[in-house]
Design a protein around this ligand. Structure first.
Ligand code: AMP
Length: 407
């Protein structure tokens, strides 16, 4: 069964084609600068030369057409006919309160997706556009939606409600949704697999630390709390996002600096986090670590705020689950920064967390157990693979999907 995974953004389309029987990647690629000068497609077929094509790509339809062409190409292609693709799995950022799992994208679901545009105005519209173009160009192939929010729909009311008048939840569905759900679910499952344990018996904290970051408490295989919430800004500090702040700061700053709603939003989402705290050094962890080694105080204080924030979440979620068996680090920073992992795990022996620093530093972005033998909590590094998880969910849904007679 071959599954195409599509992640359609406002000016880009990421794609991967998997052979699920072998669990192997056949090709991956990226269409970039859609509707902008200099548009192109980079196509990487496994085991073959890669293709870079600079070509006018005015819209997403042309982008998907190029993806299909590349997959079928006599030199760079990996399939002979489009009918070899059994299904398409789409990343959809927001599934609101309606979707706690992946779904077949029929007409009813498509109508519902429009309702969530308000909740993710930057992400859901290009996701929906990508789905519509694929439905149009590949009409006989089932399409599945996999939501970033779905895994967190198991979070109980006590953790998803905010302390604002309840009417706002009823009227606008203002609550904690959480994001990166596909990644948290993937690494939690992998952790159980790696340890040869039943996921349902484990208390896990998954730290997805990348440009955007979130920490999730996974109890008995279910997300019970997560650090991102209604929007993608709460929790620990991120590349340019502020993480948890006292809401009182917002009206105060707006008044002091005479800021509009758009301006304050821009500061909190685009000028804060690593970038803001370091006074412009960078939004990229590698730059901050390099500067901190040189003794740069601005870089050092930024890292200290991040490490401290992570420790607090680990403590809070350990309390929320009444224990902790496994701590997982994933995504760009979690997978690649031994320095951060050491700083976060240091002085957590009260919780039974001890890491082997040699293994931690030798791990080099690959999956590994980095805790010591006598650590009560197993600490893991697991490279995330959201696309594979999307392909996996899509295959599972399509295996259960039987078109009605006449279709
Ligand atoms: P992601 O959003 O998952 O692609 O992660 C991006 C973040 O990972 C950026 O802040 C990068 O600086 C960080 N990152 C990538 N490689 C490394 C590395 N070797 N050491 C530290 N941070 C890294």
């Amino acid at each position: 069964m071959k599954i195409l995974v599509v992640n359609s953004g406002s000016s880009s389309i990421k794609y991967r084609l998997y052979d699920m029987a072998e669990e192997s990647l056949l090709a991956k690629g990226l269409v970039e600068r859609i509707g902008i000068e200099g548009s192109l497609i980079n196509h990487y077929p496994s085991g073959k030369d890669f293709l870079k094509k600079e070509i006018d790509i005015p819209d997403h339809r042309k982008g998907i057409e190029l993806v299909i062409e590349a997959l079928l190409d006599s030199r760079y292609g990996v399939i002979k006919s489009i009918s070899e693709i059994s299904a398409v799995g789409h990343r959809v950022v927001h599934g609101g309160e309606k979707y706690s799992g992946s779904v077949l994208l029929n007409e009813d679901v498509m109508n519902t997706l429009n309702e969530f545009i308000e909740l993710a105005p930057l992400h859901n519209p290009p996701n929906i556009l990508g789905i519509k173009v694929c439905q149009d160009l590949l009409p006989n192939i089932p399409q599945v939606g996999v939501f970033d929010t779905a895994f967190h729909q198991s979070i109980p009311e006590q953790a998803f409600l905010y302390g604002i008048p309840y009417g706002f939840y009823e009227k606008y569905r203002i609550r904690r949704y959480g994001f990166h759900g596909t990644s948290h679910k993937y690494v939690a499952q992998k952790a159980a697999e790696m340890l040869g344990k039943d996921l349902k018996e484990l208390k896990i904290i998954t730290c997805h630390l990348g440009n955007g970051s979130s920490i999730t408490a996974v109890k008995e295989g279910k997300s019970i709390d997560t650090s991102l919430g209604f929007g993608t800004i709460s929790g620990v500090i991120m590349g340019t996002r502020c993480g948890d702040i006292d809401p009182a700061i917002i009206p105060y700053l707006m008044e002091k600096e005479n800021l509009s709603f758009k301006e304050i939003n821009n500061i909190l989402y685009k000028k804060s986090g690593f970038m803001g705290l370091s006074e412009g050094i960078s939004s990229d962890m590698r730059d901050l670590e390099e500067e901190a080694i040189k003794g740069n105080k601005r870089a050092k204080r930024t890292l200290d705020v991040l490490y401290y924030g992570l420790k607090k979440y680990i403590g809070a979620y350990t309390a929320a689950m009444n224990g902790l068996d496994v701590l997982v680090f994933t995504a760009g920073i979690g997978e690649n920064s031994p320095k951060l992992r050491r700083a976060v795990c240091e002085d957590l022996n009260f919780f039974g967390i001890r890491i082997d620093d040699k293994i931690n530093y030798d791990q080099n972005g690959k999956k590994a157990i980095i805790s010591t033998e006598d650590s009560k909590v197993t600490v893991l590094v697991i490279p995330t693979d959201e696309e594979f998880m999307i392909a996996h969910d899509t295959a599972e849904i399509c295996n259960n999907f039987r078109p009605k007679a006449g279709h």
